[in-house]
Design a protein around this ligand. Structure first.
Ligand SMILES: O=c1nc[nH]c2c1ncn2[C@H]1C[C@H](O)[C@@H](COP(=O)(O)OP(=O)(O)OP(=O)(O)O)O1
Ligand SMILES: [Mg+2]
Length: 203
């Protein structure tokens, strides 16, 4: 399995541009040719499972089946302790307006529900990232990464995507939204999951 990806093509099974850019940076050293769901005209499959791995499997296998290429999906989300782990696998749904996504609205909902929970600061939380690498023959491999931290208010920073402005990772006094892409990609939940994928696939 050594360096089995060098020079190979991999479909990144996502429609999220922020993720795609991070994944492209994380895989840049390994000589993999990346395409994404949009390049192949693939629809966004429904994420009907109640685990990150289950939803990542749906996305990865759909893309591998449709393209005949290995496909990598990322299912991620924010688990807030005061909310019993919500929004968790429903993190993207909290931003859904019916006409696209509004993460300002989603962050406000998180903050409102934390307030209603009666919890006191620090509002501990974690970002999770589960990667599933699916092969056209139907088998798959799972890699997970987690970054603990806290939800802060008001949102800070213009960088990154999604809930980045309200998540301050442990060991830092800035939010993901205040980090440049290289700094976030050294420490994030996604970076941690990719460390494992790289160890499994490129070492
Ligand atoms: O690093 C991150 N920084 C901030 N927010 C993040 C991050 N990573 C995931 N998130 C949030 C937003 C995303 O919408 C949701 C994951 O939902 P999730 O279904 O995995 O992704 P998605 O629907 O945006 O794209 P897709 O399913 O096509 O890969 O969690
Ligand atoms: Mg999704």
């Amino acid at each position: 399995m050594t360096r089995r990806f060098e020079g190979a093509q991999l479909v990144v099974a996502t429609h999220n541009r922020g993720k795609l850019e991070e994944i492209a940076d994380l895989l840049a050293p390994y000589g993999v040719t990346l395409t994404s769901n949009d390049d192949h005209g693939l629809p966004e499959p429904e994420e009907t499972e109640d685990t990150f791995a289950g939803n990542a499997r749906i996305k990865a296998h759909a893309a591998a089946r449709a393209t005949g290429l290995p496909a990598l999906a990322d299912d991620s989300g924010l688990t807030i302790d005061a909310l019993g782990g919500a929004p968790g696998v429903r993190t993207a749904d909290w931003a859904e307006t019916g006409q696209g996504r509004d993460f300002g609205m989603a962050m406000e909902r998180a903050w409102r529900e934390i307030g209603a929970s009666g919890a006191t600061a620090p509002f501990t939380a974690a970002f999770n990232c589960t990667l599933v690498l699916a092969w056209p023959d139907g088998h798959d491999e799972v890699f997970e990464g987690r970054m603990p931290g806290q939800v802060v208010w008001p949102p800070r920073g213009e960088q990154g995507h999604g809930y980045d402005p309200v998540f301050q990772p442990d060991g830092f006094d800035v939010t993901f939204g205040e980090m440049d892409r290289w700094q976030k990609n050294r420490i994030s939940h996604r970076a941690r999951a990719f460390e494992r994928l790289v160890a499994g696939c490129f070492a």
